[in-house]
Design a protein around this ligand. Structure first.
Ligand code: HEC
Ligand code: HEC
Length: 296
């Protein structure tokens, strides 16, 4: 009996040792990943300064998901604060103290938004640039023009910091890569941008750049256990989902009012308060694209 406990003790001891070793390995891996710098060719985009382009950029920001993370004044939010995982603020984008607009060159803006890399060459964390990679030069140029013209707000955020357990998760790749630069094929050809209007092709473009795939899954089939444990399960939007039975009017009403046909009020995890600012034609285009994916 005594020898049984002895062996059990040795067994448990080695198990704990193995777990510690795996944790150490993951931490070392995370440190290497987090310290990696990236040097990429940034496309030259002319950033317009005329009022019409700035107004177009404003409309993109008002109807997209930047505000969801960077706040309604775009001066940043604490975004993720978790004693186990760490603190990852979404930064200040305005020209105020501590804001990107105060120090970024035009190339810095393009590198950050399109490639997920900051001016020091570090990968941005959680910032969904792999969706924004698809923005056309014109649309991205207008967005940057608007960000540069924002009223300054002074707000300084610390650098992102992972807690020890958070580092283990990063090293183990628990949520895929949180280092956005790793999620992007930086030399991939950008698909030619479809003409604006209520078409399936323009709807697909809007789904890419508005981050629908980030939350609803790459194939838009939904996500049962989202990385944020506080978030509800994310429903699918294509064949096999409830949405596939909706009419166009149901879809537009849901995105405009946040209430689905079954009377369910969508939580703030779905950024409908921004998407309700999409134009009628844009919502129709998204619907046509989802529809095309519902009848396959
Ligand atoms: C899911 C949340 C999220 C969304 C949506 C989002 N961001 Fe970010 N963004 C972040 C986080 C978090 C950081 C900070 C990452 C870091 O420091 O590693 C960041 C960083 C940035 C930076 C770099 C700033 C700096 O000082 O280094 C820029 C520029 C930026 N975001 C622009 C945008 C724009 C423009 C949009 C909308 C088109 C947008 N973001 C949407 C989370 C988000
Ligand atoms: C930041 C994450 C996030 C993004 C980005 C996002 N969604 Fe959602 N969406 C959710 C969540 C979470 C729910 C479920 C909300 C609830 O049940 O309270 C949801 C629900 C919905 C619903 C209701 C479905 C149903 O069965 O009731 C529709 C429709 C929808 N989203 C469409 C979209 C479209 C279109 C886009 C892109 C333009 C998009 N979502 C982008 C997180 C997101």
């Amino acid at each position: 009996m005594r020898s049984f406990f002895k062996w059990l003790g040795i067994g448990l001891g080695s198990l704990v040792g193995l777990i510690l070793l795996a944790g150490l390995g993951a931490t070392i891996k995370a440190n290497i990943q987090l310290n990696k710098t990236y040097s990429i060719e940034v496309e030259k985009i002319i950033i317009p300064v005329d009022a019409a382009s700035i107004a177009r950029g404003k409309q993109w920001v008002a109807s997209g998901d930047c505000i969801h993370c960077h706040g309604s004044d775009l001066a940043g939010t604490a975004f993720l604060v978790d004693p186990l995982i760490g603190a990852i603020p979404a930064r200040n984008l305005t020209p105020g103290l501590g804001g990107a607009g105060r120090e970024f060159t035009d190339a810095d803006w393009v590198r950050a938004i399109r490639h997920g890399i900051n001016p020091e060459g570090r990968s941005l964390i959680i910032m969904p640039s792999n969706d924004f990679y698809h923005f056309s030069d014109r649309d991205l140029g207008d967005i940057i023009a608007y960000l540069k013209a924002l009223p300054p707000v002074d707000k300084e955020w610390p650098e992102p910091k992972f807690a020890p357990f958070g580092k283990i998760l990063v090293g183990a790749g628990a949520f895929g890569s949180v280092l956005e630069a790793e999620n992007i094929n930086h030399s991939a050809a950008r698909a030619s941008v479809p003409v604006e209007g209520p078409t399936v092709a323009y709807g697909e473009y809007l789904v890419e750049v508005n981050g629908c795939r980030m939350c609803h899954g790459e194939e838009l089939t939904g996500v049962k256990n989202p990385p944020n444990p506080a978030a509800p399960a994310v429903p699918g939007l294509v064949a096999g989902s409830e949405v596939a039975f909706w009419s166009e009017a149901d879809f537009i009403r849901t995105l405009r009012t946040g209430t689905s046909p079954s009377g369910h009020l969508l939580t703030e995890f779905m950024p409908w308060k921004q998407f309700r600012n999409l134009s009628d034609d844009q919502l129709k285009a998204i619907w046509l694209y989802l529809r095309s994916r519902s009848t396959q």
